[in-house]
Design a protein. Structure first.
Length: 138
């Protein structure tokens, strides 16, 4: 039949009194960790593709018998994106452990996600640099 409706309300009130005992909080923290890991993996994948694009361009030039150009910007920007992805994954791991400990001790306080803002700023500067490069190099 299920739990009587009064019991469900009492359980929710108890969980609200002690948020560190509410499993939904920990599930949310784990979902956040997984979202950051997906972001880090995506950055690494894009970085790998960017770095390998230079190899593709070199192969195309070799078959066309044109003078070889260096594509070091592609390689270095790809490596930088891979390293940024690794840094995001490591920071996500450290943040998850830190946040879980704060939740367990009951000392967590809401605030701005500095990790998200930092990553957004870094990616914004990378995008701006890529746009400038594409306009200058053509």
């Amino acid at each position: 039949m299920g739990v009587p409706s009064g019991w469900a309300d009492a359980i929710v009130r108890i969980m609200a009194d002690k948020p560190q005992d509410d499993p939904r909080i920990y599930f949310a923290v784990e979902r956040t960790l997984l979202a950051w890991l997906r972001t880090g993996l995506a950055l690494m994948g894009v970085g790998f593709a960017v770095a390998r694009f230079a190899l593709f361009l070199r192969q195309m030039q070799a078959t066309a018998h044109e003078p070889m150009h260096r594509f070091s910007v592609s390689v270095w920007s790809g490596v930088a994106l891979v390293m940024l992805g690794v840094a995001v994954n490591l920071a996500a791991m450290a943040r998850h452990v830190h946040l879980t400990r704060k939740l367990m001790s009951g000392t967590w306080r809401p605030g701005i996600s500095t990790h998200g803002i930092t990553l957004a700023a870094i990616l914004g500067f990378i995008g701006l640099g890529m746009a400038v490069y594409l306009v200058v190099v053509r």
